[in-house]
Design a protein around this ligand. Structure first.
Ligand SMILES: C[S@@+](CC[C@H](N)C(=O)[O-])C[C@H]1O[C@@H](n2cnc3c(N)ncnc32)[C@H](O)[C@@H]1O
Length: 224
């Protein structure tokens, strides 16, 4: 029985983790996800790191509150530089933007043993799918979660090759297989937004108009 409360978004991320994963949580901030995971799986190995001293201070306080000072390995530093590749096989990066995530994953020697990468990006999810697939990963699981009126995409990448068409890259291959209510709602709102934008775009802005028309077309094919 887990007796701590975390946000819906973090809880959904925790569902992507198995007991045997050796985790590094980059940008752990408060470390609430890591504490929750350690409560769920007592034997799980977790390195929780952050680039900001203030964040780690708060993480340390939270660890003390839950009597987990010796159970979660807190490290201060930039991205994957804080650990050796043999210390983890699962990378979690959540609540960051595209450029930061790409920067963290750009040193491929750090991905040697990273069989699983869990990403919840705040921006450019489509570009991230493309980037991480190019690193030699396939998308094995995806989930949309609504938390405080924001819809987040959580993606699990695992080592391997799988070919995707542009629709799968745009919507997510696993999300397309299971279009739930959140999916329809999310893309219906996007559709309205793009239709509105198109109305406002001047006729002279040919490239942008074409881009929006294409997006509207592919979204219309998918939403109910
Ligand atoms: C918005 S918080 C997200 C916290 C938590 N992962 C979550 O999803 O709720 C982003 C955290 O990432 C940290 N961060 C940003 N860039 C980083 C980097 N290159 N390496 C490690 N941590 C980083 C920030 O200091 C901040 O604490």
């Amino acid at each position: 029985m887990i007796n701590m409360k975390i946000s819906k978004r973090l809880k959904e991320i925790s569902n992507f983790i198995d007991e045997n994963d050796k985790i590094i949580d980059i940008g752990c901030d408060h470390a609430l996800l890591d504490i929750y995971l350690k409560e769920k799986y007592q034997n799980i190995s977790i390195i929780a790191s952050d680039i900001h001293e203030g964040a780690l201070k708060m993480a340390r306080k939270n660890l003390e509150k839950h009597e987990m000072e010796d159970k979660i390995d807190l490290r201060l530093g930039d991205g994957l530089t804080v650990a050796n590749p043999n210390e983890y096989n699962c990378i979690i990066i959540s609540g960051m933007g595209y450029y930061n995530i790409v920067k963290i994953l750009s040193d491929q020697s750090k991905l040697e043993n990273a069989n699983k990468i869990i990403i919840q990006s705040n921006t450019d999810v489509v570009k991230l799918r493309k980037y991480i697939i190019k690193l030699g990963y396939k998308i094995t699981r995806e989930k949309l979660v609504e938390d405080n009126d924001i819809i987040y995409t959580i993606i699990q990448f695992q080592k391997g090759i799988e070919k995707y068409d542009y629709r799968q890259i745009y919507f997510g291959p696993r999300l397309l297989e299971n279009k739930d209510e959140i999916f329809n709602d999310y893309y219906y709102k996007k559709l309205l937004k793009y239709e509105n934008l198109l109305l406002q775009l001047p006729k002279s802005n040919v490239i942008s108009r074409l881009h929006h028309k294409r997006l509207i077309k592919i979204i219309k094919e998918q939403v109910k």
